[in-house]
Design a protein around this ligand. Structure first.
Ligand code: OGA
Ligand code: MN
Length: 224
């Protein structure tokens, strides 16, 4: 972690001019997405990797699609396993701090109104995938910004497992991102369909979503 980003984390971000946050904001403003290799601060990456490595098989659960009552696991669409992140591990705590700094920064500079954040570790065993999808669920799209980073050293082209980010429903080519450690991907959740191609290796990622506060008519959303 460089001096600026650690200062940003300590102060909850916002007013500190972190060059990485600035690049993410500029990319989002220009194109709605940002893909930056070697982005995540080293210390944060190390802590996240340690926490991920300490997870046991039983800490993970089969990933689902949809939320609350809609939640179901559909192994034809995705078959990764996930572990939700709380502040109880060093890596989880550092990640939630860092994403909180980014939240403040984007709210200050792009007026995004990001309200809360949820995130999980994901493990894709060899051959596992997540078919083309949007992160914002139909009709209840309060996930507005997706953030993904990776914890895989020396990922090669032949290992597969790319994240493919499509520009719109018509795009069949997309932009391929290798899931190499420290690569950071941020995109508007409602705008970019994307998929995870099967990999030849175990593939570890951390995915998170910022949500806006859609509390309406006394129904509290996001649930707390
Ligand atoms: C997701 C997702 C992408 C990745 O969890 O919704 O699209 O590269 N993950 O792991
Ligand atoms: Mn997704």
């Amino acid at each position: 972690m460089n001096a600026l980003s650690s200062a940003a984390v300590r102060n909850g971000g916002g007013l500190i001019d972190d060059p990485l946050f600035a690049q993410i904001a500029a990319d989002l403003y220009d194109t709605g997405y940002s893909v930056i290799p070697k982005a995540l601060p080293d210390t944060l990456t190390t802590l996240l990797s340690l926490s991920q490595q300490q997870l046991n098989k039983r800490d993970y659960s089969e990933a689902g699609i949809g939320r609350l009552a809609d939640h179901q696991t559909v192994s034809t669409i995705r078959n990764d396993e996930v572990c939700w992140i709380d502040g109880n591990t060093g890596g989880g705590k550092a990640w939630l701090n860092w994403t909180e700094g980014l939240r403040h920064y984007l709210n200050c500079h792009l007026f995004m109104g990001l309200f809360s954040f949820e995130s999980h570790f994901a493990h894709y065993a060899p051959g596992h995938f997540y078919k083309r999808h949007y992160d914002a669920f139909k009709g209840r799209s309060n996930r507005v910004l997706s953030v993904i980073t990776y914890l895989n050293q020396d990922w090669q082209q032949e290992d597969g497992g790319e994240l493919v980010l499509y520009q719109n429903d018509e795009d069949t080519k997309g932009i391929s991102v290798l899931p190499e450690t420290r690569t950071l991907v941020v995109f508007l959740s409602e705008k970019f369909p994307h998929e995870v191609l099967p990999a030849a290796r175990h593939r570890f990622s951390v995915a998170g979503w910022y949500r806006v506060n859609d509390t309406l008519n006394g129904r509290v959303d996001p649930p707390r």
